[in-house]
Design a protein around this ligand. Structure first.
Ligand code: CU
Length: 137
């Protein structure tokens, strides 16, 4: 009897976690902002799994360029995600905030992506990157 009760509790927990993580469409919500404090932030990010918000340089072509920052994400909703910029970003520069996974590298919890690599690479939903482009003010 004791074993049965334990099994039922585990089952309910697993179902709840699945619903919370997969019920919301992955997205990045961020606005144009000053980055004078050395940080770029997103007001809300929904991630399908634990991973990273990666900050790429970009331009009018909207292609992801070099990585200039990253911040950890939890599965589900993240609010006020802040990434420290690794180099100066000037007023008018465009940045692409993108959801990346935590898969394929050597270490969990260590950001191992470099541009074009598979390790901790970008996630895709319906073959599209999950990202938002902002301009530094
Ligand atoms: Cu990316």
């Amino acid at each position: 009897m004791k074993t049965f009760v334990y099994a039922a509790a585990v089952s309910i927990t697993a179902t709840t976690t699945f619903a919370a993580g997969h019920g919301m469409a992955p997205m990045v919500d961020a606005a144009d902002q000053t980055v004078a404090n050395g940080v770029v932030s997103a007001s809300s990010v929904i991630a399908p799994a634990n991973g990273w918000m990666v900050v790429h340089r970009t331009d009018a072509d909207m292609k992801p360029g070099p990585v200039v920052g990253y911040a950890p994400l939890r599965e589900g909703e993240n609010t006020d995600v802040a990434a420290i910029l690794q180099e100066d970003v000037a007023t008018g520069d465009m940045l692409m905030l993108m959801v990346h996974g935590e898969d394929g590298g050597m270490s969990t919890g260590v950001f191992e992506y470099t541009l074009g690599a598979k390790e901790d690479g970008p996630i895709k939903i319906d073959d599209k990157l999950v990202m938002k482009v902002i301009t530094a003010q």
